[in-house]
Design a binder for this molecule. Structure first.
Ligand SMILES: [Zn+2]
Length: 474
């Protein structure tokens, strides 16, 4: 029997607000435990939540970037459960009336575009963090009440690889829109995967297992692949999959049972009486829509179709919003997108460090544009440009100033270059003879020799012309 896997992902992404979802406490990461708390996010009796308008704006941007429809009115609900890091005894979330739904995300699978449905995007608050120290546990409530969006995907994915691609694409969209920093290690982008298997051709879904909180895309791919294998073997033997929540053991590469899965009825959802319905007027939604930046897929298409980059270069240069912005600025100042793209890929990217939405560059885009301008003007050669780059790296020095200081100049003095060309031809009589006989492929070899003799300073075009003249090829 042939089986097919059915995978749907739920992503929790932290919205990049300064303050929490329902109080004024800071959301800054890494502060000492329990220093960013107040009666609201500690769940003290009588404290009342007030919704953060910026969190709403970022949530709406998230939904719009996934082509979701926005509901004019939605409602916050209480999701009740007991856990030490949840002081109120309930989490404020959205349940049967979320603010958005029916969107999609296009992903690239084996060179083909696949459209994965988005069921809904809703707002909720984060819980605190339990830290387990042997033999006791402690709780840090700095994260309690931090605003999240939960992005619920349709069960449209069929393999671990597709799931990982979906997550990479989604993370990239959120980064480019600027609503989330995509930081898996710090827990600001978290994923749960619902996995089931069914006989191929069967429409009914099998019993699903939820894989919880896997903190790398590589592990998501492996965990899902393992879970598909486990369920397929089980069903194939005539067994039954149990609905449960499982974790992933990265060392063993296997999944293990955490607990039996709760159903919605276990949470006793009901509308939060402390919060009025959320009303989003059309003007607010349209303002948000108009402020959406260009998304990474569109940007890549424009880099290829508009600027003539290769698809590979377009992908490398859109790996991070700040890298894309750096490239665009340098390309605009210099004028030749391909030259700028090549130089950034071969030199600049080595020294770029990204963390969340931030990125540090070894030089500025104007330095790159100015440096390549010197090459275009024939002042220095491409090889010398790399030396100048090494000198300006980590500084704000202007390339022209460095060229002057190093006494660097491309040799365009015809007499000097011609002398080297003559010498090279003398030293390579065989190649010269074959060239005269019509084997023009060897010209590149002689040009290389002249460039070597001149230590890269000769103007390659001049060398080319002179060699041809001296060999009588023109
Ligand atoms: Zn607070």
């Amino acid at each position: 029997m042939q089986y097919e896997a059915v995978i749907g992902l739920e992503v929790h992404a932290q919205l990049l607000t300064q303050s929490k979802a329902f109080c004024g406490c800071s959301t800054a990461y890494g502060a000492p435990p329990n220093t960013q708390v107040c009666p609201v996010c500690l769940g003290l009796p009588g404290a009342l939540p007030v919704l953060n308008a910026e969190a709403v704006r970022l949530a709406v941007l998230t939904a719009l970037s996934l082509s979701c429809a926005i509901a004019g009115e939605s409602r916050f609900a209480r999701k009740n459960y007991f856990y030490p890091d949840l002081p109120k005894g309930y989490q404020i979330s959205q349940y049967d009336e979320p603010f958005s739904g029916r969107g999609h995300l296009d992903i690239e699978v084996d060179g083909q575009t696949k459209r994965a449905g988005i069921t809904r995007v809703h707002m909720e608050e984060d819980a605190g963090k339990s830290v387990h120290l042997d033999p006791y546990s402690v709780v840090d409530l700095n994260r309690s009440g931090v605003p999240l969006v939960e992005i619920v995907g349709e069960p449209d994915l069929r393999s671990g690889a597709e799931a990982a691609e979906y997550l990479r694409t989604l993370r990239e969209v959120l980064l480019f829109v600027g609503v989330n920093d995509g930081n898996l290690e710090e827990g600001s982008f978290r994923c749960d995967a619902n996995v089931s298997v069914r006989p191929l051709g069967e429409a009914k879904l099998g019993t699903r297992v939820e894989l919880k909180n896997i903190n790398s895309f590589r592990f998501v791919e492996k965990a899902i692949a393992h879970e598909i294998q486990r369920q397929t073997a089980l069903v194939d033997r005539g067994g039954r999959v149990v609905q449960e929540t499982r974790g992933y053991n990265a060392d063993l590469g296997t999944t293990y049972s955490l607990r039996s899965k709760e159903g919605a009825q276990d949470y006793r959802y009901f509308p939060d009486p402390d919060l009025p319905p959320l009303r989003l007027d059309e003007a607010f939604v349209e303002r948000a829509r108009a402020s959406l930046p260009e998304l990474p897929a569109e940007k890549r298409r424009r880099f290829v179709e508009g600027l003539g980059l290769t698809p590979y270069a377009a992908r490398v240069l859109t790996a991070h919003p700040k890298i894309a912005a750096f490239f665009e600025q340098a390309a605009e100042q210099h004028g030749n997108a391909t030259k700028v793209a090549n130089f950034i890929q071969s030199e600049v990217l080595r020294g770029v460090h990204t963390h969340g939405l931030d990125a540090r560059f070894p030089v500025g885009p104007s330095q790159v544009a100015a440096l390549l301008g010197l090459v275009d003007a024939g002042t220095i050669s491409g090889k010398q440009a790399k030396e100048v780059y090494a000198d300006i790296e980590g500084t704000d020095r202007g390339p022209a100033e460095v060229v002057a200081r190093l006494g660097m100049q491309q040799v365009t003095d015809t007499g000097a270059v011609e002398a080297i060309c003559r010498r090279v031809i003398e030293q390579s009589p065989k190649q010269a003879e074959q060239l005269r006989a019509g084997n023009t492929k060897l010209l590149g070899y002689l040009v290389g020799q002249v460039m070597k003799e001149s230590k890269g300073a000769a103007n390659p075009q001049l060398v080319n012309d002179l060699l041809k003249k001296l060999l009588g090829l023109v």
